[in-house]
Design a protein around this ligand. Sequence first.
Ligand SMILES: [Zn+2]
Ligand SMILES: [Zn+2]
Length: 123
Amino acid sequence: MTETIKCPKCKMNMSKVTFQDTEVDACPQCKGIWFDSLEQEDLKKKKGSESVDIGAKNAKVSSKGQKLNCPKCKTRMSPTHDLRQPHIVFEKCSVCYGVFFDPGEFTDLKKTTFKEFIKDVCT
Ligand SMILES: [Zn+2]
Ligand SMILES: [Zn+2]
């Protein structure tokens, strides 16, 4: 996986961000993050992985209402609600299963997942 992909939102070349063994693509401009199919699930389980969410601190952009095409296979992506946290909406490609997160969304997703994880452990 060495190809460079372009941000579905601002068409900038995305840069590789590696966390442990998982490599994701982050946009230097809008700070969005692209995950290949299982990378997101993978990374969500790893402690501290929200560090790939480089724009989380000043997150104010949102792709809601925008039509984005998959940077890999050019399929029109559809907004998908997270099952556990319906307030989080991310773009998902129905063909290659890649997902695109706006800055802050991955951190948000992880936070509650972690809380729920603690809850699961404690009950
Ligand atoms: Zn971008
Ligand atoms: Zn795709």
